[in-house]
Design a protein around this ligand. Structure first.
Ligand code: PLP
Length: 387
């Protein structure tokens, strides 16, 4: 197929709901992708914050190929060796109080299930989330998404959702009360422009939730699985050491094979009865092979440390550029605040064959690169930025 034929066919047969780059990506390896015209791009957007170990990592490819040849799928109605292994591996890298996992297929589904667990465990219905957080597009998650037009798209919204200002300690006491089932927070608000809160804020949040018996949920669909330079934001220094009761995950976990998950505490897991949660595809064999291999690659290649290095290389590059006003975020979840708006810079970088991301803040350019990017690849970005 020629590039023009690809464009035309997608336009003809797909619902036109995405604003797309004029690129047909057909191949990838590490942080590099190739178009149908064989043009090579540096992908600092990581395939939409998904490809933490780089595109088509050979070990992940081998793991899913081998699994597909043995057994592609059987649901949770049976036990599975690869599901047992993947669950064990994920729990072993999680904060120690998060001892159980429920697998699903996407970030929004992970959040839906996290909120359901909170309601089932407390017998309450109210969910508190935060202005400008993004949690997905299915009914409950979009009702918790107080960002731009998203919530309106989900009308009529699920009742019982209340918002608070993100990062504002005074707002915590005003909205979280004995009727609150769960507090759902995106600990670094990525889509909003990589907005951060202080460690003390997370400590206050934890304290308030404990006081009123509310389930604290971190939406780590973006920050999790190493992206923010630690396995999870939960328990990190940036979180003030706070570990929530549930962590929801997706994006990086399957390296592109859809995998979502809720990590939960022993107590919460004990409150969940048979058939309270479920999904056909969650924990499928190919998905589990992808998740297990992804976690193993992150560990073996030392990608948590490299994600932290990437942050310091990018910060260093930006500190020498007068156009950059600030850099927000952690590890491989970075927002670069630029003078004159992010879109012109985004376009210029694209012209230089570097893919980055925008956000809902017109001044913030987002970088969500694979955790494996090297210093010399960041230098390529630096040169383009300086130009
Ligand atoms: C923080 C956060 N939560 C939830 C979601 C929804 O994930 P998914 O698109 O896999 O449903 C996203 C997607 O961008 C996200 O960034």
């Amino acid at each position: 197929m020629t590039t023009e034929e690809i464009f035309q066919s997608e336009r003809e047969f797909q619902v036109a709901t995405y604003s797309k780059l004029d690129l047909a990506i057909v191949r990838g390896r590490g942080p590099w992708v190739w178009t149908s015209d064989n043009d090579k791009y540096l992908d600092l957007y990581g395939g939409h914050a998904v490809c933490a170990v780089g595109h088509s990592h050979p070990e992940v490819v081998a793991a899913i190929t081998e699994q597909a040849e043995k057994l592609m799928f059987y649901s949770n109605v049976v036990y599975s060796d690869i599901r047992a292994d993947a669950a064990h591996k994920l729990v072993s890298v999680a904060p120690t109080s998060l001892t159980k996992v429920f697998f699903c297929n996407s970030g929004t589904e992970a959040n839906e299930n996290a909120m359901r667990i909170a309601r089932l465990a407390t017998g309450r219905t109210k969910i508190v989330s935060f202005e400008k957080g993004f949690h997905g597009r299915t009914a409950d998650s979009i009702s918790a998404t107080f960002l731009g037009k998203y919530r309106t798209l989900g009308e009529p919204n699920v009742p019982g959702h209340v918002s608070a200002e993100f990062g504002d300690s005074d707002a915590i006491a005003a909205v979280i009360d004995a009727e609150t089932a769960g507090v759902l927070i995106e600990p670094i608000q990525s889509m909003a422009g990589v907005r951060e809160a202080t460690p003390e804020y997370f400590q206050q949040l934890r304290k308030k939730c404990d006081e009123v018996g509310t389930v604290l949920i971190f939406d780590e669909v973006q920050t999790g699985v190493g992206r923010a330079g630690e396995w999870f934001f939960a328990g990190s220094k940036a979180a003030g050491g706070v570990v929530p009761d549930i962590v929801s995950l997706a994006k990086s976990l399957g390296s592109g094979v859809p995998v979502g998950a809720c990590l939960v505490t022993e107590d919460l897991a004990a409150s969940i009865k048979e058939n309270d949660l479920g999904t056909t595809f969650g924990g499928g064999m190919v998905a589990m092979a992808a998740a297990k291999a992804t976690l193993e690659v992150i560990e073996r290649e030392g990608l948590l440390e490299n994600a932290r290095n990437i942050e310091s290389w990018v910060r260093n590059v930006c500190s020498r550029n007068p156009m950059v006003k600030a850099v927000q975020g952690k590890g491989c979840l970075l927002g670069i605040e630029v003078q004159g708006g992010a879109r012109p810079l985004y376009q210029k970088l694209l012209d230089a064959k570097i893919i980055t991301g925008l956000s809902s803040d017109p001044n913030v350019l987002r970088l969500l690169p694979p955790l494996s990017v090297s210093q010399s690849e960041i230098e390529i970005f630096a040169e383009a930025l300086n130009k």
